[in-house]
Design a protein around this ligand. Structure first.
Ligand code: UDP
Length: 462
């Protein structure tokens, strides 16, 4: 993947003086430590939270004088099925229920073996390699033998009691044990076989200057959403964008059901990948069941990236949502919207997410499991009142009642709607939460903190 450079000075200009000085000193230290070495990042995909992190962090590293690079795995459908299964089990979800036995292991090793052949050509002894998520872990032994310093950064995990993840850990342990360090998003994600000394906890971050998070004036928000047919339209309750009560397919190929959120309506938003664990359909059902508790100007918008042709799991989740949408009472359906965002232009997609989050009256993240939950960080950064389930890393971002509201049981539909209704009814409270949310992200979850933790990690590895 091509990595451009983004000016560290611009990031520093967003920070207070002390943090800015620390960032500049950190860049100098990184340059010194990594002179003559390359930092490789390997991921399974370009999108999702990991893609978002690499796309925002690596350009700063490059501007700081570090030769940071990004490789994306090459694999067949079966490999990515196994990777998705591992990912699901790491979230204590049975996923597709398939095996993770010797046959799957052999296939996983075969595909990663082929990738290793390619990578080995470029990676030099003494380089640093960051392997992201379960799909890439199997590269650790080969790269270690090559003389690279290998870090496995796992972005997924669960607080579920020991034993639930055994199936995934049994699969990954031989490879993970060969990494020089393991980086996790939460301390509770550490498996029993790893000593605490081998593990570092580093939470993800958002880049305040990226298209996803940069400031947008209200007029720009309105223009982006109107042009994309997402909000500000004239569609009346009970109709879809083109007047029909079935999903419409606009010219950009991104599907939409329920048309545009009308001008003047307040939007309750969830932006996520079409992944079962994000529980978009649960939120749609919660909205329908709690419909009477919500004011009449409130609309629900579920938005996710357009589904790639080979992504049958995402297509299944989206179809499930659309089926529920079509079965809703007309009155409810008229105030519920399901949108796939165009992805052909990545920056435009990010700007749309940015605009949607800024436009929302309340942002919801009703995940059943979550490694960290960057969509939550993004909404908090924009000063939005957020309602989220108390799962995984969301708990590290939201203190209930202080900078957002947490729903303890992720399956509690009524609990979600009660919180949403409260924020809509108490704008002063919602605003207070939003302000605290923005401050919390500024203090804990911006790129500078994340970059400096990487410098410390590299320092102890070299
Ligand atoms: N995202 C996006 N476009 C979309 C839907 C999602 O850019 O149409 C982004 C979202 O803004 C966030 C990332 O994908 O930056 C998802 O990260 P998160 O940690 O929330 O979940 P993951 O997808 O990694 O499970």
């Amino acid at each position: 993947m091509e990595v451009s450079a983004a000016p560290l000075a611009a990031l520093a200009a967003e920070l207070d003086e002390v943090a800015a000085r620390r960032l500049t000193a950190g860049a100098e230290r990184a340059r010194r430590l990594l002179a003559g070495r390359t930092v490789w990042n390997v991921s399974a995909a370009e999108g999702g939270g990991v893609g978002e992190l690499l796309r925002t962090m690596l350009p700063y590293a490059r501007d700081g004088g570090v030769d940071a690079r990004w490789l994306v795995l090459d694999g067949d459908a079966e490999f990515f099925r196994i990777a998705a299964r591992l990912h699901a089990v790491m979230h204590a979800d049975p996923g597709d229920g398939g095996e993770l036995g010797p046959e799957e292991m052999a296939h996983y090793d075969r595909v990663l073996g082929a990738n290793l052949e390619e990578v080995r050509e470029s990676v030099a002894s003494g380089d640093v390699v960051l392997l992201h998520d379960p799909a890439t872990a199997g590269l650790a032994p080969g790269l270690h033998r090559r003389g690279a310093r290998v870090v496995w950064r796992c972005h997924v995990g669960t607080d579920a009691p020991d034993g639930i993840l055994d199936r995934a850990w049994a699969f990954l342990e031989p490879a993970v044990a060969q990494a020089d360090r393991v980086v996790l998003s939460r301390p509770t994600y550490r498996p029993g076989f790893l000593e605490a000394e081998a593990v570092r906890v580093i939470a993800p971050s958002v880049d305040p200057l990226s298209p996803k998070n940069r400031r947008l004036e209200p007029a720009e928000v309105a223009r982006l959403l109107t042009d994309a047919g997402l909000a500000g339209g004239a569609s009346a309750p009970g109709t879809a964008g083109d007047g029909a009560d079935r999903p419409a397919e606009p010219a950009d190929g991104a599907m939409r059901a329920g048309g545009s959120v009308p001008a003047g309506a307040r939007t309750v938003l969830q932006v996520s990948r079409w992944d079962r664990l994000k529980d978009m359909s649960g939120l749609l059902i919660a909205f329908a069941e709690g419909f009477e508790e919500l004011p009449e100007d409130v609309h629900l918008l579920l938005a996710g990236a357009a589904v790639a042709p080979h992504d049958s799991a995402a297509a299944e989740v989206l179809d499930g949502c659309l089926e529920i949408w079509q079965g809703l009472e007309p009155e409810v359906r008229g105030r519920a919207h399901v949108a796939c965002l165009p992805t052909a232009d990545r920056d435009h997609n990010a700007l749309l997410v940015n605009a949607l989050q800024r436009h929302a009256a309340v942002v919801v993240q009703k995940s059943l499991a979550e490694g960290f939950g960057l969509t939550v960080t993004e909404a908090l950064w924009k000063g939005r009142p957020v309602v989220a389930t108390a799962v995984g890393g969301i708990q590290d971002q939201i203190t209930d009642g202080t900078n957002g509201l947490l729903v303890p049981d992720p399956t509690d539909l009524h609990g979600v709607i009660t919180c949403v209704a409260r924020l809509l009814a108490e704008p002063a409270f919602a605003e207070r939460l939003g302000e605290a949310a923005h401050d919390r992200v500024r203090r804990e979850f911006l790129s500078d903190r994340h970059l400096l933790q990487y410098v410390d990690l590299v320092d102890e590895l070299l």
